[in-house]
Design a protein around this ligand. Structure first.
Ligand code: FA5
Ligand code: MG
Length: 388
C-alpha cells in the first residue's frame, strides 16, 4: 500500500519563539525519542492568542479586562513564553509522578528525552513563583497527542492563573488558608464566567491534579452536553515551599481557551480556530464578545469504517496522529465503534472516521483517496516497531 504523503506547503525552517530562535532541525530531527510530526511543527509560532481579531485573542483580552477590573494592577501577564520546555518544567516542577501517563510518548510531544512541547501552561508556574511573582496569568499554545473530535485538537491554548496569599489574608476570616483559597478561587472563576457569558449553566466537579489539592474542574452546558472548560485547585504546599514561600497558600487554574471560545462565540468545531477562510475570520473583531458565529452552510460529513487486528503497542492516539498526518483538518472525528477479541486472544477494532470540510463539499474521489492513504499509513504504523 502506498504511504506517499500528500504534498503540503513547506514549513518555515527558523522560528522565533519568545525571543528564542529555533531551527526546524532542532525540533523535527532524527532523535529516537522525537515524536513531533511536521504538521505539529508548522503550528509553532502561530500564536493565535496574540491576534487581536482572532477569537482566542479576543477572549484573552476579555479575561485580562476582568482581572484588571477586579484586581487593579495586581496580575502580571505573560503571553510570549517559549512553548519548548524541559521535562523538569513541564512535569517535575509541578510534582507529576514519574510513572504518570501524561509523561508517555503516547500523550506528549518530545523533542528529545529532556525536552517537550509543553502540554500545559502549568509548566511555567514554578519558575515564575521562584522569580517572586505572586499574581500572574500565563497564556500560550500547548501541545498534546490526543483523540480527535469537535472539542479536542493536538494544539490548543491555555491561560494559567496563580494567586498567592499571605497569612494576613485569611487569618481574620475564621477559616484556614486552604479553605480560604478554595473559596476565593471559585468566586473568582464564577465571576469570570459571569463576565464572559452572563447567565450560563455550569457545575463544579471534584477531580485530581498532582499540583493542587483540593482540585476542581468547571463544566459548562454547551450543545446539549457538559463541556469541561478548566481545571483548578489549591496549590500543593510542596510547590510553594520549593519557591521559598513556606507560610503562604495559593490557588491556580488552567483555562481551555478554545473550549471557552466555543461557548462564547457559538463555534461548533475546534478546527475552525485554524481556518484562514474569510467567512470565518471576518466574523470576529477586536473587543467584541457578543457576536455569535454564523456557520457558512454545513457541508455533509462522510463516514468511513476501518477494522484491523491490533498489537499490544497499538494506541488510539497513534492512529489519530496517522489520520491527522494524511487528512489534516479534513478529519472531524475518529471513534471506536467495535471491539472484538477472539478465542485466541487477538483483538480486532473497528474505527469510524468522519471526514468533513468546514469550508467546502468534499468529492467522493477525494475521500476515497484519503481513506486509501490513511489505511496504508495506519497499517505501516501498526506493523512498524518504531515508537510512532
Ligand atoms: C491541565 O492542563 C492543568 N494544568 C490545569 C490546571 C492548572 C489545574 C492549574 C490546576 C491548577 P487539563 O488537562 O484538564 O488540566 O486541561 C485544562 C483544560 O484544557 C481542559 O479543561 C480543557 O478545557 C482544555 N483541553 C484539554 N485537552 C484539550 C484538547 N485536546 N483540545 C482542546 N482543549 C483541551
Ligand atoms: Mg481535564
Amino acid at each position: 500500500l502506498s504511504t506517499k504523503k500528500k504534498w503540503k506547503p513547506p514549513v518555515a525552517s527558523v522560528l522565533e519563539l519568545g525571543g528564542v530562535k529555533i531551527a526546524k532541525d532542532d525540533v523535527v530531527r532524527d532523535d529516537p525519542t522525537n515524536n513531533v510530526p511536521d504538521t505539529i511543527f508548522a503550528k509553532l509560532g502561530m500564536q493565535l492568542h496574540r491576534r487581536k481579531q482572532h477569537p482566542i485573542g479576543i477572549l484573552k483580552n476579555a479575561i485580562y479586562e476582568y482581572f484588571d477590573a477586579n484586581y487593579p494592577n495586581k496580575f502580571d501577564t505573560f503571553d510570549d513564553l517559549c512553548p519548548i520546555v524541559s521535562v523538569k518544567q513541564n512535569f517535575d516542577d509541578v510534582l507529576v509522578p514519574a510513572d504518570h501517563v501524561s509523561r508517555s510518548l503516547n500523550d506528549t510531544y518530545y523533542i528529545d528525552s529532556q525536552t517537550v512541547l509543553r502540554c500545559h501552561t502549568s509548566a511555567h508556574q514554578a519558575e515564575l513563583l521562584r522569580g517572586g511573582h505572586t499574581h500572574f496569568l500565563v497564556t500560550g499554545d500547548v501541545y498534546r497527542r490526543d483523540s480527535i473530535d469537535s472539542t479536542h485538537y493536538p494544539v490548543f491554548h491555555q491561560m494559567e492563573g496563580v494567586r498567592v496569599f499571605s497569612p494576613e489574608d485569611w487569618e481574620a476570616s475564621g477559616v484556614d488558608g486552604t479553605d480560604y483559597a478554595a473559596q476565593d478561587l471559585k468566586k473568582c472563576l464564577e465571576g469570570l464566567a459571569r463576565h464572559l457569558f452572563g447567565a450560563v449553566e455550569m457545575r463544579w466537579i471534584d477531580t485530581y491534579f498532582p499540583f493542587t489539592n483540593p482540585s476542581y474542574e468547571l463544566e459548562i452546558y454547551f450543545q446539549d452536553q457538559w463541556l469541561e472548560v478548566l481545571g483548578c485547585g489549591v496549590t500543593e504546599q510542596e510547590i510553594l515551599k520549593r519557591s521559598g514561600k513556606l507560610d503562604n497558600v495559593a490557588w491556580a487554574f488552567g483555562l481551555g481557551l478554545e473550549r471557552l471560545s466555543m461557548v462564547l462565540f457559538d463555534i461548533p468545531d475546534i478546527r475552525l480556530f485554524w481556518s484562514t477562510d474569510e467567512r470565518f475570520t471576518s466574523q470576529f473583531s477586536q473587543g467584541q464578545l457578543g457576536v455569535k458565529f454564523k456557520p457558512f452552510s454545513k457541508y455533509p460529513p462522510c463516514y468511513k469504517d476501518m477494522s484491523f487486528w491490533i498489537s499490544d503497542s497499538f494506541t488510539e492516539n497513534n492512529l489519530c496522529e496517522v489520520v491527522r498526518g494524511v487528512a489534516g483538518d479534513l478529519v472531524e472525528e475518529v471513534s471506536l465503534i467495535d471491539n472484538f477479541t477472539n478465542k485466541k486472544g487477538m483483538t480486532s477494532q473497528c474505527y469510524r472516521i468522519a471526514y468533513r470540510s468546514m469550508e467546502r463539499s468534499l468529492t467522493d474521489e477525494e475521500i476515497n483517496d484519503l481513506q486509501w492513504q490513511v489505511s496504508g499509513c495506519a497499517i505501516d504504523s501498526i506493523q512498524d516497531r518504531k515508537p510512532y
